[in-house]
Design a protein around this ligand. Structure first.
Ligand code: ZN
Ligand code: FE
Length: 255
């Protein structure tokens, strides 16, 4: 029986995700931007909170932790390598480690770039990948701490995962990301189609997160810097992938 996964909008444009195993009654949360909407989502369903999984140290992903610990006694799981900047960890995980939680396998990816020590949680049996501010719907996180090389090296292994993986990312930035992507690949039909879908969802104030990895591969410029269409789109037909990725990221920063 698959885990139930609930998307919880938080703050102005963040997402947290609640994972629930109906057989064991166990529940986990990925990121804690603020406590109130998460408590409401849990209480509504009569669920407690056993674990909080943290992707990275930014306040808009961890601020709800103390209140959720005191309300539910949740145990905090995060990257050992970033433990001095995260709330106190009850369980440390390591890059490339395979562990299990809520009765399902969890693989840890180091996705440094936005921050150094940012991790993603891959649940292969649920076809789910929690990426927060690394791979995002139609985009990737800003490089506050890492380099373009580092972010590209973080995203590349994710691209090897199957197209039907669902990407649970951290923010509702998709419409702006899609408008930017169209400046790079105006003739990409998959991108044009996706832009239309995103506009429809946003017109009704609906989330565009989660998204499918296959759709990201087809339309997210940050996953397409090895392709001639993106290289040509930034006027760098002969450049290597890192140089093109750097240019795309720079352009997005000022878009
Ligand atoms: Zn962040
Ligand atoms: Fe964030």
């Amino acid at each position: 029986m698959p885990l139930e996964i609930i998307t919880v909008p938080c703050l102005s444009d963040n997402y947290a995700f609640i994972l629930h195993n109906a057989e064991t009654g166990e529940t986990a949360l990925v990121d804690a931007p603020e406590a109130d909407p998460i408590r409401m989502a849990l209480d509504e369903r009569g669920w407690s909170l056993d674990y909080i999984l943290l992707t990275h140290h930014h306040w808009d992903h961890v601020d709800g932790v103390p209140e959720l610990i005191s309300a539910y006694g949740a145990r905090v799981i995060g990257n050992a390598a970033d433990s001095d900047r995260l709330p106190r960890l009850d369980v440390s995980v390591y890059a490339a480690e395979e562990t299990s939680l809520l009765g399902t396998r969890v693989k840890i990816f180091d996705v440094s770039g936005h921050t150094i020590g940012h991790i993603a949680f891959y649940l292969p049996d649920e076809k789910a990948l929690f990426t927060a501010d690394s791979l995002m719907a139609m985009g990737c996180g800003r490089l506050f701490e890492g380099t373009p090389e580092m972010m590209l090296a973080s995203l590349t292994p994710l691209m090897a995962l199957p197209d039907d993986i669902t990407i649970y990312s951290g923010h509702e930035y998709t419409a702006h990301n899609a408008r930017f992507a169209l400046t790079i690949e105006p003739d990409n039909a998959d991108l044009q189609r996706r832009m239309a879908e995103i506009e429809t969802l946003r017109a009704d104030d609906l989330p565009t997160v989660p998204s499918l990895l296959g759709a990201e591969k087809a339309s997210n410029p940050f996953l397409r810097c090895h392709l001639g269409s993106v290289k040509a789109g930034v006027g760098m037909a002969e450049a290597d992938d890192v140089a093109v990725f750097t240019e795309v990221r720079n352009r997005r920063n000022s878009f």
